[in-house]
Design a protein around this ligand. Structure first.
Ligand code: GLN
Length: 479
C-alpha cells in the first residue's frame, strides 16, 4: 500500500488501528519527493528534520502537510517566492502554523507560489516554475501552485494555501484536487504575509472533501491578533459531510456560461449538475448582473492594497539590502530604490505601479473609490441570490491548465483566468473547487460552489454529496 496516496482521514484510521505510524507515512511522502520533485518542483524548501511527536493523543492529526511560502514559521525562512525576502526568518509563527503544530501536523516544507501570491500559474516565482503533475509541460495554476501540485503529486497528504482572488481554487482545479476558500474572517490572517488584506484568506488544499473539512476544523477560529477575524463558534465541519442534497436550491449564473468558456469544461460542469439533480437538488438559471466588472474591480482593489502592503520592503527591516553604485538622490533613498529594483519581479512591479496610480490623489475617485462601489454592487448581487438559494454553482476556471510560457507575456489573458473566482473574495463568501472530470488531454476540470458567508457546512454538504456519487476524487497521478 502506498501510504502517500491515501487521504488524511484514511491515514488517521490506519494510525488509530495501529496499521501505520506517522513516521511511516512521512517516510512514504519523502520517498515520493525523492522520485518526482525534480520534475514537479512543488517545494522551495524541504525540512530535513520534521519532528514526529511520539506520544500522540486522541485529537492529534500527525499528517504530513505542505505550507505555502507566505506563512510565517518561527526562525525559518519565509520568502513569498520573492528575491526581496531572501534570508528573512520569521520572528513568530502565523496563527495557522501554531494551530497546525498543536494538532501534531508534520510540516514537510514550504511550497512554491507566484511572487507575493500575484499570479495564476506559479510562473512568477524567483525559484522558477512548478509543473503540473498531470502534464509536466503545463502550469499547476497559481498562486498556490506549489501546494496544489504537492498534493496532486502525492508529495504531501494535504497542504495550506492562500486565496486572494482564486489562488487556492484555481490551482486545485488545474491539479485535480479540492481547494477551499473560507469566509473572510473565518481563519486568522495573523502571520500570513499580506498581498491584499481585505481579500486574503487561508484555506485547505486536499485530496477530497472530507479532508477539507478536517483541515478547516484545525485552522479555523477567532484570533485576537487579527482584527478582521470573526468571533463566532467554529462548528465541527466533518459533521456536515452528509450525502444528501434533497430539497436544496442551487443557482446557475447565466453570466458564467458565455464566450471564453472551454466547451469541455462546460460539459463537465453540466454533467456534475445532473449528478446533483439526481440526488434531489433543484437548479435554476440565475443572474449575477455585475459579473463582467469582477476582474476590473478585483485588479483595482488588489493592486491598490498591494502597493500599500509592499511599501514596507525597503531594505531596512526585511530580507535583502542593495546599495546603489552611484548616488542619485541620497544614499538612503537610493538604497530603497535599488533594493526594490533588484528584489521585486516584473509582475509585482507592474502591480505596485497600477495600485499606486489608482490610489494617487488625481485618480483615487475615478479608480479606487469607484472600485469599492462596484465591489458593493457585486456583493449585493450575491446577497440577493442567497435569500432564495442555498448555493451557486459553475466552473472554477474557464479552461484547463495551460502550457508553461503561454500566458506569461500577456498579463491580461492571465488575469482573465480568474473570472469565476474573484467575486467570492470581493464578497467575502466561502467557495470550494472540486474535481469533476478530465479533458481529452487528461487535464483535470474543477467544479466551483459558493455559499453565503459562514455557510461552509452547506458547501461541504453539497461537495461531499457530489463526491459520494462520482469517482473523480479517487484519481491519482503516477509519477
Ligand atoms: N490570480 C489572482 C492574482 O493574480 C489571484 C491571486 C491570489 O488569489 N493570491 O491576483
Amino acid at each position: 500500500m502506498e501510504l502517500n496516496k491515501l487521504t488524511a482521514h484514511e491515514l488517521l484510521d490506519l494510525i488509530k488501528n495501529k496499521k501505520a505510524t506517522p513516521q511511516e507515512i512521512l517516510g512514504s511522502v519523502h520517498e515520493q519527493i525523492e522520485k518526482s520533485e525534480k520534475d514537479v518542483k512543488a517545494y522551495v524548501r524541504i525540512n530535513e528534520n520534521t519532528v514526529v511527536a511520539t506520544a500522540s493523543d486522541e485529537r492529534s492529526v500527525p499528517i504530513p502537510i505542505g505550507i505555502k511560502d507566505n506563512m510565517c514559521i518561527l526562525d525559518q525562512e519565509t520568502t513569498c517566492s520573492s528575491k526581496i525576502l531572501k534570508g528573512f526568518k520569521a520572528p513568530y509563527n502565523a496563527t495557522v502554523i501554531d494551530k497546525l503544530k498543536k494538532s501534531g501536523a508534520l510540516l514537510i516544507g514550504n511550497t512554491n507560489m507566484d511572487e507575493f501570491a500575484m499570479g495564476s500559474s506559479t510562473e512568477n516565482s524567483c525559484y522558477g516554475t512548478t509543473h503540473n503533475p498531470w502534464k509536466l509541460d503545463c502550469v499547476p495554476g497559481g498562486s498556490s501552485g506549489g501546494s496544489a501540485a504537492a498534493v496532486a503529486a502525492n508529495e504531501a497528504i494535504w497542504a495550506i494555501g492562500s486565496d486572494t482572488g482564486g489562488s487556492i481554487r484555481q490551482p486545485a482545479s488545474f491539479c485535480g484536487v479540492v481547494g477551499m476558500k473560507p469566509t473572510y474572517g473565518r481563519v486568522s490572517r495573523y502571520g500570513l504575509i499580506a498581498f491584499a488584506s481585505s481579500l486574503d484568506q487561508i484555506g485547505p488544499i486536499t485530496k477530497d472533501v472530507a479532508d477539507s473539512a478536517l483541515l478547516l476544523n484545525i485552522i479555523a477560529g477567532y484570533d485576537e491578533r487579527d482584527s478582521t477575524s470573526v468571533d463566532m463558534p467554529v462548528p465541527d465541519y466533518t459533521q456536515a459531510l452528509e450525502n444528501n442534497v434533497k430539497g436544496l436550491k442551487i443557482g446557475i449564473p447565466k453570466e458564467y456560461f458565455v464566450e471564453g468558456l472551454d466547451p469541455e469544461v462546460k460539459d463537465a460542469v453540466m454533467t456534475a449538475i445532473e449528478v446533483l439533480k439526481k440526488q434531489g437538488a433543484t437548479f435554476e438559471e440565475v443572474s449575477l448582473p455585475h459579473t463582467d466588472y469582477g476582474i476590473a474591480t478585483y485588479y483595482i482593489t488588489a493592486t491598490s492594497e498591494a502597493s500599500s502592503n509592499l511599501a514596507r520592503y525597503d531594505g531596512v527591516q526585511y530580507g535583502i539590502r542593495e546599495l546603489a553604485k552611484k548616488t542619485r538622490k541620497s544614499p538612503l533613498l537610493d538604497m530603497y530604490d535599488e533594493t526594490r529594483a533588484v528584489g521585486f519581479g516584473a509582475e509585482v512591479k507592474r502591480r505596485i505601479m497600477l495600485g499606486t496610480y489608482s490610489l494617487s490623489s488625481g485618480y483615487y475617485d475615478a479608480y479606487y473609490l469607484k472600485g469599492l462601489k462596484v465591489r458593493t454592487l457585486i456583493k449585493n448581487d450575491f446577497d440577493k441570490l442567497f435569500a432564495d438559494f442555498d448555493a451557486i454553482i459553475g466552473p472554477t476556471s474557464p479552461t484547463t491548465a495551460f502550457k508553461i510560457g503561454d500566458r506569461v507575456n500577456d498579463p491580461l489573458s492571465m488575469y482573465l483566468s480568474d473570472i469565476y473566482t474573484v467575486s467570492a473574495n470581493l464578497s467575502g463568501i466561502p467557495a470550494i473547487s472540486l474535481p469533476c472530470g478530465f479533458s481529452k488531454e487528461k487535464l483535470p476540470i474543477g467544479l466551483h460552489i459558493m455559499t453565503k458567508p459562514f455557510a461552509e457546512e452547506m458547501l461541504f454538504r453539497i461537495a461531499y454529496t457530489y463526491e459520494q456519487n462520482t469517482q473523480w476524487h479517487k484519481q491519482r497521478v503516477e509519477l
